[in-house]
Write a protein that binds this ligand. Structure first.
Ligand code: IMP
Ligand code: MG
Length: 181
């Protein structure tokens, strides 16, 4: 299904479909397998999704990880109505799950400027996890990160992408595919 879904979109603008529903599904299954292979049977693994953008990705990813895990979320500030990062990142919700001595996998929808991760990773490391890895569905490779993503779904083009959880001013999150505006 590579056509733009006009019924679901309404009058909103979308120039093209970048990753189809099918491509995403296949890639997420592979990621789940790769993640499962990276941990041992006794490992206490916590998948920590970054809201709101990762909510659909996390829901699909955790069902593709073939081992026992737990799931929680973090909420950071969004871009508002802009397409460029403001550089100001606010953390709105701290997970209730304990992080200490656990193998934490932080899950992002997309790494763009890297500002969010530069702010969030040190906060998580302060909580003394046994290990901390990053899994992102999309990576624009613009950021120089001290600790980069171990698992990347797709190398993303330098375009503003929406759908499958990603928004522009809160629109488009519900699309089952990823498109460019
Ligand atoms: P960063 O801090 O610039 O790396 O971007 C972090 C957050 O900005 C991501 O988790 C997304 O929620 C949002 N974002 C960055 N690029 C895009 C995009 O192309 N489309 C939609 N949201 C984006
Ligand atoms: Mg986000």
């Amino acid at each position: 299904m590579n056509d733009i879904d006009r019924d679901r979109l309404g009058p909103q603008q979308l120039t093209r479909v970048v990753y189809s529903e099918d491509e995403i599904r296949r890639r997420v299954v592979q990621l789940g397998r790769d993640i499962g292979a990276a941990y041992g049977p006794g490992d206490n693994v916590l998948v920590l999704g970054m809201l709101k953008g990762s909510f659909i990705f996390v829901a699909d990813l955790v069902r593709a990880i073939p081992m026992p895990i737990q799931v929680d979320f973090l909420l950071t500030s969004s871009y508002g109505k802009k397409q460029v990062s403001s550089g100001e990142v606010r953390l709105w919700y701290n997970p209730t799950a304990s992080i200490e001595d656990r193998h934490v996998i932080l899950v992002e929808d997309i790494v763009d400027s890297g500002n969010t991760l530069k702010r969030v990773l040190p906060l998580l490391l302060d909580l003394k996890p046994a290990s901390l890895e990053l899994c992102t569905l999309l990576h624009k490779r613009l950021a120089r990160l001290e600790r980069d993503a171990r698992w990347v779904g797709f190398e993303a083009p330098e375009e503003f992408l929406v759908g499958y959880g990603l928004d522009f001013a809160e629109d488009f999150r519900h699309l089952p595919y990823i498109g460019s505006i």
